[in-house]
Design a protein around this ligand. Structure first.
Ligand code: AMP
Length: 287
């Protein structure tokens, strides 16, 4: 496994990797969720690259950029064990040098959910993913359903900007008690860790309600809110029932939906989602 820091080194190393090449973009502090994407890429591609870069452009001024967990040595050990070919760990100065002024904006899909609250978050994501795509020139790129809106935004961007890249969205990996794996789970103390299971319980309750026939968006939303209120350490920022393609909030009867939420558990902000109803193509691809 080759580990490179500079762009010139990356391009050189990439030249000797055979296609199809799969890419997984990450912010490091890897867990089984990340590794599930890596494993899928290793299975489906001839070569695999991973980026590790904590992208400042996708953090707001009051967010956790300075405290974001880091363990590069462990990350590299994990990736090596998965037979990854190439890892890029660019510096912030190289990614956003003096005079940097070019940004990628996906317009409508970023007005909702995470985009409504985290201003400029998706501008940062779309820009860094574009830079990763241009640098690695992968044939396929793997993203997690855990960040459902991100996956939808990237799919749109790839289509709109003619990137010759297949986007593959992989299922959310969860802990045994349902908590979606996330680097930020490492912030939780034991009480908070227990409390955090309310997120999965709230999504599951709404999913269950849908499966027993509830088709009103407001009923599903109320179910999630009711569950979230039972946990004193949880403070929901939003609990949404949205159109899985446009991400617009739904009211009234529905056939399918993206159930999603952002919840503070103490100081830690966690997101999670589930889809209900028949899939209609592009928003999620499971095994
Ligand atoms: P991050 O390091 O948080 O930027 O995540 C890198 C990639 O891993 C993104 O495509 C995420 O959606 C994906 N990912 C993060 N957590 C999970 C999880 N629990 N299950 C599946 N994919 C995940």
């Amino acid at each position: 496994m080759k580990v490179v820091v500079g762009l010139a080194e990356l391009r050189l190393a990439r030249e000797s990797l055979a296609n199809p090449m799969g890419l997984i973009t990450t912010m490091g502090f890897l867990h089984e969720g990340h590794l599930s994407l890596v494993r899928r890429a290793v299975q489906e591609c001839v070569s695999v690259g991973v980026s590790i870069f904590i992208n400042p452009a996708q953090f707001g001024p009051t967010e956790d950029l300075d405290n974001y967990p880091v363990d590069l040595e462990r990350d590299l050990d994990l990736l090596k064990a998965e037979q990854v070919d190439l890892v890029w760990t660019p510096t912030e100065a190289a990614m956003y040098g003096a005079g940097y002024q070019t940004w990628v904006e996906v317009e409508e899909l970023t007005r909702y959910l995470e985009g409504e609250i985290r201003e400029e978050h998706f501008r940062g994501v779309a820009t860094v993913v574009t830079k990763m795509f241009n640098s690695f020139q992968p044939n396929r790129a793997y993203f997690g359903q855990k960040d459902a809106q991100q996956a939808i935004v990237i799919r749109r961007m790839v289509q709109d900007l003619n990137f010759p890249i297949e986007v593959i969205v992989c299922p959310t990996l969860r802990e045994a008690d349902g908590l979606a794996m996330a680097s930020r789970n490492s912030y939780l103390n034991p009480d908070e860790r227990r409390a955090a299971t309310v997120i999965y319980r709230a999504l599951s309750a709404a999913n269950e309600l849908f499966n027993t026939g509830e088709r009103e968006a407001d009923g599903l939303r109320a179910e999630m809110v009711t569950l979230l209120r039972t946990e004193p350490l949880a403070r929901a920022e939003y609990a949404s029932v949205a159109d899985p393609e446009t991400l617009e909030e739904l009211h009234g009867p529905l056939e399918r939906a993206l159930l999603s939420m952002a919840v503070f558990i103490g100081e830690t902000r966690l997101i999670d989602n589930m889809t209900v109803g028949e899939e209609r193509g592009s928003y999620a691809v499971d095994d």
